[in-house]
Design a protein around this ligand. Structure first.
Ligand code: GLU
Ligand code: MG
Length: 424
């Protein structure tokens, strides 16, 4: 059959889906400048597909401009079409960033942290998902047998990640039924978020070629564990100076790292609406599921919202400082990595700017919002978040998410999980 290579240019949209448009690869040189056409209401495509409500109507034009630094071209070598796509920026037709562009939001957060503290953040995403191409057997948690029975998926997935320029760190059979986890190498914030998106797409691309799915829904089954997205973060000064660890300080954190964490905890009720952004996210954030339920910072505790991670076989204090990282555990794959990480950085930078102290370790920690609606109430009331997102983006986001919550309000937990497992 005759074939001509196609390229896709995409944005990771409000629903967390990767959406955009394709064109012949030979048109790439002029598409790199002109992008592809997009419209305001494209932002309002629900996770289920239809635009339920939009402040933008049918008017207005934007473009998604491909970023040459976020190109993926992976040939799976099985005769299937090459996976060739770019992640891009949502711009006005003049080429200026649109205020609702998720990558522009994260860039602003990065600039804010630099301006407030002279620091930048390195992040690594650890993501869990269900692979449908294997069976569920008792005793499978972390088992070599479960690792083996996923067959060729793992190797195809890891090879695809490497070909896409993402550094695979680990791949394992997780605790849940047919659940797997992948962690990729740390990168500066924008690249880390791009890599989180690419990681999900490469899992889906490898699974699809094998006739199966990689399901990233935050909670595929109400009685099981959820699929978390854990974001490992460290602060750095200049090119190469670690700025998170200080031996003997509270929690072994440097002063700016302490304020950074305090800022995240302070803004957590609001930013939860961005990091755990779907109705089903709140079935994951329940007790005894290795997921957070409280707004807390704990050392080496997998139930924490912010977990101080261990360091391994570090022979020198310098190695400890380089490995030391904090894990944000209240995110999932319904979230755009750009919005989740951007909100965390903005919140942390605000903590540094205001010199916020860590909460009293003796006082009981407050609870995370119990539902998306409760989190959205906090987000709507947050003047800080309005400043970070800008009024157009925040209002569109609230409108989008309120309708999403309303659409599934009548579903029982099992129905809600089944619905979102189809979508993510
Ligand atoms: N599956 C758990 C979650 O929902 C995390 C398990 C782990 O600690 O890796 O976040
Ligand atoms: Mg895990």
């Amino acid at each position: 059959m005759i074939r001509e290579e196609l390229v896709f240019v995409a944005t990771c949209d409000v629903s967390g889906h990767v959406r955009g448009k394709g064109f012949p690869a030979r048109e790439l040189p002029h598409r790199l400048a002109k992008g592809i056409g997009w419209t305001g209401s494209n932002l309002m495509m629900s996770p289920a597909g239809p635009i339920w409500d939009t402040p933008f109507g049918t008017a207005g034009d934007f473009m998604i401009v491909p970023d040459p630094g976020a190109e993926v071209r992976v040939d799976f070598g099985d005769g299937s079409a090459v996976e060739h796509f770019f992640l891009g920026d949502m711009c006005t037709t003049d080429g200026e960033p649109w205020e609702c562009c998720p990558r522009a939001f994260l860039r602003r957060a990065v600039r804010e942290l630099e301006a407030v503290a002279g620091l930048h953040l390195i992040a690594a995403f650890e993501q869990e998902f269900v692979y449908t191409g294997t069976d569920d057997r008792p005793g499978d948690a972390y088992a070599l047998g479960a690792f083996r029975r996923q067959g060729n998926f793992g190797e195809a997935f890891i090879a695809a990640l490497r070909a896409a320029g993402v550094g695979p760190d680990s791949f394992l059979a997780e605790y849940g039924a047919r659940q797997f986890e992948v962690t990729v190498a740390p990168q500066p914030a924008l690249t880390a978020a791009d890599h989180a998106v690419i990681t999900r797409e490469m899992a889906r691309a490898a699974a699809w070629r094998l006739g199966h799915r990689a399901v990233f829904s935050p909670k595929p089954d109400p009685d099981g564990v959820g699929n978390g997205v854990h974001i490992h973060m460290s602060l750095w000064r200049g090119a190469n100076e670690p700025a998170t660890y200080e031996a003997g300080g509270p929690m072994d954190l440097t002063t700016p790292a302490r304020h950074f964490c305090a800022g995240i905890l302070h803004h957590m009720p609001a930013i939860c609406a961005l990091t755990a952004p779907s109705p089903v996210s709140y079935l994951r954030l329940v007790p005894n599921r290795w997921a957070p339920t409280l707004i807390d910072l704990l050392r080496q505790d997998r139930g924490a919202c912010l977990r101080i991670c261990p360091v391994f076989a570090a022979a020198t204090p310098d190695e400890v400082a380089r490995q030391f990282n904090i894990e944000f555990r209240a995110a999932d794959a319904a979230a755009r990595p750009y919005l989740a990480l951007g909100a965390i950085i903005f919140a942390g930078a605000d903590g540094i700017r205001r010199g916020l102290p860590l909460p009293d370790p003796i006082a009981p920690a407050p609870s995370l919002p119990p539902s998306l609606d409760a989190a959205l109430d906090h987000l709507a009331a947050s003047e800080a978040a309005r400043g970070w997102l800008g009024p157009t983006h925040l209002d569109a986001y609230l409108r989008f998410k309120r309708v999403e919550a309303e659409k599934v309000a009548g579903l029982a937990p099992a129905e809600l999980c089944a619905h979102y497992a189809e979508i993510y």
